[in-house]
Write a protein that binds this ligand. Structure first.
Ligand code: PLP
Length: 382
């Protein structure tokens, strides 16, 4: 049978799942261990750190959506990102996008260094910068596109050319567009990491993270590290993410619709000095994103005319919540300088434009009218 369209795959995976008693929803196998039918025999499941039927269903689903070979489901996005670096030997050099999720920078600069990895941060939206940063011991490229929070777009096909030439592992953090809008493996990525806490969960109620790999060799290495380290997602949380993914398509489409309208509206506001949204045709990465992704997503960053205004907006919003995270049905505003990027060195942060008047919005599925009214009253002078 033909592969399902994404909307169908979100609900039915590859169409092969069958559950005891004909249960339509996946049962939550809340069991740490599984009895052996006989000596040296297994039901396929022995111990939940290694694998669990509820989690396996989720992992298959994410593999299907990402178009990968295999996926492991981890407790958080950061657990997935740190586990994925088990693929590299100490002494390896990694070139990464300069604008990255703050937690990734924290991991790279502290624990990453301690385990013998070195990192160069470059503007990967111009692939020439990657070529300039190559060293003899460069083993991997690590890309976020769109990047968090300044929405830079990196041309993944062009990056793959460099990776292929030098035999480098290509990592992509696919959190911002999710597999609904972007499939980096089809564009040449070897390892896709994704925070399932965000769009896949979709309800700001569950933490999760995924590593999807492109081939069997990588899958074997990751599975070995996964069962050894033990950062596996619990059966109940696996169930919640499966439930979230069922509505991924309609949530993301609606979120994007709202985001596009809000980005255009923000452009018109005198208190707003800059808008970063990948779906605006004058965004520098607009065309590359159109070539490699199916949408622009629902993340917007913008600058207001003063730090005071930024702080007031955060205090005055009502429908929108002032909170970290993104991707859920609830609209959120974040102050990256203090929150997600609080640990990024000041010079690096300011070079990227993450200043005192910079705000990031994750657009949810509320009524557009209510969201615009909320932003309007929050931006207004007292
Ligand atoms: C949130 C996020 C992460 C980390 O995920 P957690 O689930 O919070 O650990 C990694 N990358 C990006 C782009 C994120 O937005």
């Amino acid at each position: 049978m033909e592969k399902y369209q994404l909307e169908t795959a979100c609900i039915h995976g590859d169409g092969q799942q069958q559950h005891a008693y004909g249960a339509l929803s996946v049962p939550i196998y809340q069991s740490a261990t599984f009895t052996h039918p006989g000596i040296g025999q297994s039901t396929g499941y022995d111990y939940t750190r290694e694998s669990n039927p509820t989690r396996t269903e989720l992992e298959k689903l994410v593999t299907e959506l990402e178009g990968g070979f295999d996926t492991v489901a981890c407790t958080t996005g950061m657990a997935a990102i740190s586990l994925s670096f088990e693929l590299l030997e100490p002494g390896s050099h990694v070139i990464c996008s300069e604008d990255l999720y703050g937690g990734s920078v924290r991991y790279f600069d502290t624990i990453g260094k301690k385990i013998g990895l070195t990192f160069s941060y470059v503007d990967t939206s111009d692939v020439e910068n990657i070529k300039q940063a190559l060293q003899d011991n460069t083993k991997a490229l690590y890309i976020e596109t769109p990047s968090n929070p300044t929405m830079q777009i990196t041309d993944l096909r062009a990056v793959k050319e460099i990776a292929k030439e030098r035999d480098l592992l290509l990592y992509v953090d696919n959190t911002f567009l999710s597999p609904y809008y972007q499939n980096p493996i089809a564009l040449g990525a070897d390892v896709v990491v994704c925070s399932g806490t965000k769009f896949l969960s979709g309800h700001n109620d569950t933490l999760a993270g995924f590593i999807t790999v492109a081939n069997e060799e990588l899958a074997e290495k990751i599975r070995y590290a996964y069962k050894t380290i033990g950062c596996c997602l619990a059966p109940f949380d696996s169930y919640l993410i499966i439930r979230g993914i069922k509505t991924l398509a309609i949530r993301m489409a609606r979120q994007q619709e709202n985001a596009e309208a809000i980005a255009k509206w923000l452009l018109e506001q005198p208190q707003v000095t800059k808008v970063y949204y990948v779906g605006l045709p004058d965004h520098p990465g607009y065309e590359v994103n159109c070539r490699q992704a199916r949408g622009a997503g629902s993340m917007i960053s913008f600058c207001v005319d003063s730090e005071e205004r930024a702080r007031k907006v955060l205090e005055k919003i009502k429908v929108i919540s002032y909170a970290e995270s993104l991707g859920g049905v609830e609209s959120l505003l974040t102050y990256p300088m203090l929150q997600t990027h609080g640990d990024v060195p000041k010079e690096q942060r300011e070079k990227l434009g993450i200043t005192e008047n910079f705000l990031r919005m994750s657009v949810g599925i509320e009524s557009l009218e209510d969201l615009l009214a909320d932003l309007q009253q929050a931006l207004a002078d007292d």
